[in-house]
Design a protein around this ligand. Structure first.
Ligand code: NI
Length: 226
């Protein structure tokens, strides 16, 4: 949906939160991206830099693994729940003022384009949003948040240990940052959208700088749709 629509649907509390943490977010992104690159390693970072659409084998990266989480309707799920499906997976948090909503909108646009052009194949792609802030992102919070994006988007949360496992397996950097107000915080975190294959191996990864169209074209190629 257009950014204006999205913003108009956010309540006053969220708007205030945006203003308050916008600066934090910019700093957080810079740190998060930097740390994530280090974590993924120099070799793979070079691959990412060239773009996910090259023939370079990012598929060789050991990203992913078993998990047990709870979806936004309160149902327990594991990696096996989505076996046989392609998955677009993004890690973030619902209080994120800018980057997470932008990336989830991008994912929604890509899903819409795939549904328009390859309706059958698109049904075999499951978009997932995994929170890195499980303490605030409870099931009801996730349910409300995912409704702002693609109708098939599933939000996943869990206990802190469950989220720690999935973060580690997907090499997600995330860290709490205290804000000026007491009892409030934001999150530094890396920002990648992963494309996982039906067998749960990594096929592609997309950065904030990837456009919806570039991402769409790459997925069409990786899924051998054209
Ligand atoms: Ni974010």
């Amino acid at each position: 949906m257009p950014r204006e629509d999205y913003l108009s649907r956010m309540n006053e509390v969220v708007k205030k939160r945006i203003l308050r943490t916008l600066l934090f977010s910019a700093v957080a992104l810079a740190i998060g991206v930097g740390v994530a690159w280090v974590q993924v390693g120099m070799k793979s970072a070079r691959t990412v830099q060239k773009g996910a659409s090259t023939e370079a084998p990012i598929a060789g990266l050991n990203i992913g693994g078993p998990f047990t989480l709870t979806d936004h309707e309160g149902t327990e799920v594991t990696e096996k729940t989505y076996d046989g499906q392609y998955k677009l997976i993004y890690f973030g948090f619902t209080y994120c003022p800018a980057i997470c909503p932008t990336e989830l909108q991008k994912m929604s646009r890509v899903m819409n384009a795939l549904e328009d052009n390859y309706p059958e194949a698109a049904q075999n792609i499951q978009p997932l949003f995994v929170t890195i802030d499980p303490e605030r992102d409870t099931v009801p919070v996730m349910q409300e948040y995912v409704s702002l994006f693609h109708p098939r988007l599933i939000g996943l949360t869990g206990t802190v240990p469950q989220i720690n496992i999935v973060k580690k397996n997907y090499r997600i950097y995330a860290s709490k940052v205290e804000t000026e107000e007491q009892n409030d915080y934001t999150m530094d975190h890396s920002s990648f959208i992963y494309l996982m294959g039906p067998d749960n191996t990594l096929l592609g990864m997309y950065r904030t700088s990837d456009t919806p169209d570039g991402m769409y074209q790459d997925i069409v190629k990786l899924m051998k749709l054209s």
